[in-house]
Design a protein around this ligand. Structure first.
Ligand SMILES: [Mg+2]
Length: 221
């Protein structure tokens, strides 16, 4: 598998950078808005585990169509507000740039797949001098369905002319794993020791605790 490796796709938040987007709170706030209009997502404690932001938006979209409401743009405003706040204090681990550099030297390309909006993502990449490492960046505007859907990965494969077995996907969340599994791309989980693979029905090929371990995997195989 590693012999044929041509590209590593990375998730963004909490994989390459440590943003402080409060995803649980964001989803609860989204559900609070929809509830006012009669679209319920159940108890607030369960919402963060049961739904992705994409799920909530999909359901709101159908709801809007049926009822003539305009929930979706307001939901995106909530998402963007949480993203803005989370990106304000963004940090990067020391080993991220050196790892991206090593990957480049191995003549393996890197790509980025994020559910975040394009502009704030590009701002952060520029801030940390990371833009040059990526052959392709796919943000949420580039797809109709966000992760956990496989669309973003398949878009990268087709744009770069790659097969699933020539690619690895590195991410910190079950939505990354699900997208990789569906696209038949091997998935490497970074950190997130408590992720329950069985609960989400996902397959994790390797589990690493830092970006440096990625280079170890590449050289071992
Ligand atoms: Mg992430």
């Amino acid at each position: 598998m590693i012999n044929s490796l041509k590209c590593i796709i990375f998730d963004f938040d909490n994989t390459l950078v440590k943003s402080n987007i409060d995803f649980p709170k964001m989803k609860v706030e989204m559900a609070r808005l929809t509830t006012k209009f009669g679209l319920e997502f159940g108890s607030e404690e369960e919402i963060p585990h049961k739904y992705t932001a994409g799920n909530i938006i999909d359901k709101a979209e159908s709801f809007d169509k049926r009822n003539g409401t305009i929930l979706v743009p307001e939901l995106w405003e909530i998402v963007e507000e949480f993203e803005r706040k989370g990106m304000e204090n963004i940090t990067i681990d020391q080993d991220v740039l050196t790892t991206l550099d090593s990957i480049m030297k191995l003549e393996i390309e890197s790509a980025l797949l994020t559910n975040n909006a394009c502009n704030p993502t590009m701002e952060v990449l520029t801030k940390f001098n990371m833009t040059n490492y990526f052959s392709l960046i796919v943000a949420r505007e580039d797809v109709t369905k966000m992760k956990p859907d496989k669309e973003g990965i398949e878009l990268i494969l087709s744009k770069m002319g790659l097969q699933p077995d020539e690619v690895l996907f590195v991410g910190d969340s079950w939505i990354d794993a699900k997208a990789a599994n569906e696209a038949k791309v091997s998935f490497i989980l970074i950190r997130n020791d408590l992720l329950d693979a069985q609960k989400y029905g996902i397959t994790i090929w390797k589990h690493i605790r830092s970006m440096v371990e990625l280079i170890q995997i590449l050289s071992e195989n």
